[in-house]
Design a protein around this ligand. Structure first.
Ligand SMILES: *Cc1c(COP(=O)(O)O)cnc(C)c1O
Ligand SMILES: [Zn+2]
Length: 419
């Protein structure tokens, strides 16, 4: 068996691969530190001995072409909406602005629900099904819940309850409803999550960091981002990767994937990992600057980038940043908006949270911290199309309706006789 079970990320205690949604019991029993998140452990030697990396190059099976490195053993429980297989592209206007010819975006906006969260739920909801669950819940600022609901639909779950942040976009809540889930808007979602799990038999398809209540199986889906990049770069890993982070799994997931490529002896190095946050909500950045092992709580977080506006994060992503020799950096609202615009001018419509990774790379390039032949990958996590209110704010809507030719000429610089 190549999947060994669950391991505590703090004390290393080992458990079998069972529903464990409240973190490490051994750590929880030690009152001073509280519970810690669990992670899936594998026997890499056994996997390496019959791994055929050629298979990874074949598209069309969602995340499941990497099944040797995913926790699900029951192939019949595999659920896919065709997630992953996303393009690694050089956004023209961003490359020009930074002078970096090898700056790529991993364009996760083309996932089935237009965000990288689909990799999470493909793994997590499949595990829920194989563990016998028919009810699923999740907490969300929008993307996570919409994706959970889509995968619950694919898995034919009996019930899907999504607890939504008050500012989650109306469109995302409509998506949840159309997928057959129930969306409820709640300021304090944790207590409801806890009750649904403990008293009503719900499987939490929600992240285990920063709080160890949730599933350890979703992060396994995020690892496939690293595996795909490795294939797309022709069997190499990038020099640097920039990830927009909230809970931190957007960085820890790919990092775990890159670490596994080393454990499998497929590469002998790893990328430097950069976590990017908005200045108005930068708990990782403050914690990194102080050299802390845990992530502080940022009071009253504010940013246009709602998907990464969490007031705290978990130790796993912070540890990955330290281990990779990377950093946590913050960007201003203007820098985020500039990145949204540069990506749009390159042909990619992304939400502000997604653009934060690119804003971080632009900032590092301008500060002279990147060299021109560095291979840099920015994780672009989700589409702008799901945030119509935000797009309306950023787009210039003052164009007149039924304009005269003079007005069209004045706005566009069009010359010549058109009448
Ligand atoms: C969820 C999300 C993130 C952050 O992911 P974490 O795992 O919480 O760090 C970033 N961007 C988008 C678009 C997201 O939906
Ligand atoms: Zn423990």
């Amino acid at each position: 068996m190549s999947v060994l079970g669950l391991t505590c990320t703090r004390c290393g205690a080992q458990y079998s691969l069972e529903p464990m949604f409240f973190g490490c019991p051994a750590c929880a029993a030690k009152s001073e530190s509280g519970a810690a998140a669990l992670t899936v452990a594998y026997d890499y030697q056994a996997i390496a001995s019959d791994l055929n990396v050629e298979d990874w190059g074949r598209a069309g099976h969602g995340i499941w072409r990497f099944d040797a490195l995913l926790p699900l053993r029951d192939k019949a429980a595999q659920i896919s909406l065709g997630e992953g297989n996303t393009a690694l592209m050089r956004p023209r206007a961003v490359c020009e602005a930074t002078g970096l010819s090898n700056l790529y975006i991993k364009n996760e906006t083309t996932n089935p629900t237009w965000a990288f969260k689909d990799r999470f739920h493909a793994s997590s909801v499949s595990m829920a099904r194989s563990l016998g669950y028919s009810r699923v819940t999740a907490s969300t600022t929008g993307n996570h819940g919409a994706s959970a609901a889509a995968y619950c639909a694919a898995a034919e779950m009996d019930s899907c309850i999504i607890l939504c942040h008050p500012e989650s976009s109306m469109l995302q809540r409509d998506m949840i409803a159309l997928y057959g889930g129930h969306a409820f808007v709640l300021e304090d979602r944790f207590q409801y999550l806890d009750t649904l799990i403990r008293e009503h038999g719900y499987y939490p398809s929600t992240t285990m960091t920063p709080m160890p209540t949730g599933t350890p199986f979703g992060i396994e889906g995020y690892k496939t981002i690293a595996f795909e990049i490795f294939v797309q770069l022709g069997g190499r890993v990038p020099d640097r990767m920039f990830c927009p982070i909230a809970a931190g799994d957007a960085l820890y997931g790919p990092w775990k994937g890159f670490s596994e490529l080393r454990a499998l002896n497929l590469v002998d190095r790893h990328p430097v990992m950069h976590g990017v946050q908005p200045e108005g909500c930068n708990p990782y950045v403050q914690s990194f600057r102080q050299g802390r092992g845990d992530v502080i709580v940022h009071p009253d977080p504010s940013s246009i980038a709602l998907s990464i506006r969490d007031d705290t994060g978990g130790p796993l992503a912070l540890g990955a940043i330290y281990d990779s020799g990377g950093d946590a950096t913050d960007v201003t609202e203007d820098e985020i908006i500039e990145a949204v615009r540069l990506l749009a001018r390159s042909g990619y419509l992304v939400e502000p949270s997604s653009a934060a990774s690119v804003a971080g790379a632009i900032k590092a390039a301008r500060a002279g911290r990147l060299t021109s032949n560095d291979t840099v990958v920015c994780l672009v996590t989700g589409s702008g199309a799901k945030w119509p209110e935000v797009m309306a704010e950023l787009a210039d809507r003052d164009a007149p309706v039924e304009p005269s030719w003079d007005e069209i000429k004045a706005r566009t610089g069009l010359v010549g006789d058109t009448s």
